[in-house]
Design a protein around this ligand. Structure first.
Ligand code: SF4
Length: 359
């Protein structure tokens, strides 16, 4: 099904647009300075737009200031009180995230849509707590599954908004287990054209949450499902963005920044590859260019991979060979390897920029 295009500020979500990355601040919204610092840090590592909690009326003033100074579109996260959603829209939110199940009725959702019309998108968040009463009874009688009830509830909310003349709708269907997340999103994509926000709720710590997100979101992204993703980790929000970027690169859904190929090391490893690979990863994490970098430990498999990459290093005894564009450009002592790699990388990026400018 062709996915509807929705605007998030100046950004396009859905249609033919690349999958967008989002995250959420964990500072107190009232602390405008700290929140803006975090938003800037998120944008620097590749976040496209950021969600900020608006838990009470007291936070609206701060929210407005944040929207005004933020370098990216800001989404207001609203629960329970539809009036807060309206105020956040008036304060400049590019999107409001609501859970219609806890807004207090469809008439409240209509009020939010009325305020958002022509100004802001609405994300309809559906979890097992937002299933309509009729569907709950059907689940109890065994007529439908919980996953079916979630997709039908989400479709009802979208139909309600479309029937009210509001089309800038994004949907998220969240479950904390992966099989249900896959099932609800696959089914929903077949019955509705709204862009889908993908996420695994409460995914966990940086280690386990990264794995869970890569598996759950990765499967859907490989099937072409999902127009924006949020990786939720019990870790600093910038880590979420870095993981999201890697998932999008690995699934081929978005080209963004370098892909690093590094070997796992073995008994043949001749150099301190852990240190070198970590240094290269750090050096290149904010580079936007879509290039391949190989960091390999020995002369057996190293030169092959390094030759195929845009730039590569293959370790030898106490030394290493640097490849650029498939050719050896320099052989250097191990202690100089990172420094010389940096020089060649800068040169490569400069040349790439010049070539791109001539296109
Ligand atoms: S590239 Fe060399 S050092 Fe690295 S894992 Fe393969 S054989 Fe071992």
């Amino acid at each position: 099904m062709k996915v509807r295009e929705v605007k998030i500020g100046p950004l396009q979500l859905g249609g033919d647009a690349p999958v967008l990355i989002q995250s959420m601040t964990n500072t107190k919204t009232e602390d405008v300075k700290a929140t803006l610092e975090q938003i800037n840090a998120l944008c620097e590592v590749g976040c496209d737009f950021v969600r900020v909690a608006v838990p009470s009326k007291d936070t609206i003033k701060a929210f407005k200031e944040i929207v005004k100074s933020a370098p990216c579109p800001i989404v207001a996260d609203i629960h329970f009180d539809w009036r807060l959603a309206v105020e956040a829209i008036e304060a400049g939110a590019s999107k409001v995230r609501v859970n219609p199940g806890n807004l207090g009725g469809l008439d409240k959702l209509r009020e939010v849509a009325r305020a958002a019309s022509g100004r802001s998108a609405i994300r309809v968040g559906v979890n097992s707590g937002s299933i309509g009463r009729d569907y709950l009874a059907k689940i109890q009688s065994g007529e439908i599954t919980k996953a079916e009830a979630m997709t039908r509830s989400a479709k009802d909310y979208v139909d309600f908004l479309y029937d009210s003349g509001f089309y800038d709708v994004v949907v998220s269907l969240k479950a904390s287990d992966i099989p249900t997340t896959l099932s609800v999103n696959r089914t929903f994509r077949q019955i509705c054209d709204s862009p889908l926000h993908l996420g695994i709720t409460e995914a966990g710590t940086a280690f386990s949450g990264t794995i869970k997100s890569a598996v759950g979101l990765g499967v859907l992204l490989l099937e072409g499902i999902g127009e924006t993703i949020r990786v939720s980790l019990t870790a600093p929000p910038t880590e979420e963005v870095k993981v999201a970027k890697e998932i999008l690169k690995a699934t081929g859904r978005r080209k963004m920044g370098p892909t690093i190929i590094s070997c796992p090391t073995c008994g043949r490893t001749e150099i301190d590859l852990y240190t070198l690979a970590t240094q290269v990863e750090k050096l290149t994490e904010s580079i936007p260019e879509d290039i391949t970098i190989a960091v390999m430990g020995c002369v057996v498999n190293g030169p092959g991979e390094a030759r195929e990459a845009d730039i590569g290093v293959a370790g030898g005894r106490g030394a290493g060979v640097i490849f650029v564009g498939g050719e050896i450009v320099e052989k250097v002592k191990e202690e100089d390897l990172f420094e010389r790699f940096t020089v060649h990388l800068e040169r490569l990026l400069q040349e790439k920029k010049q070539k791109d400018a001539l296109k």
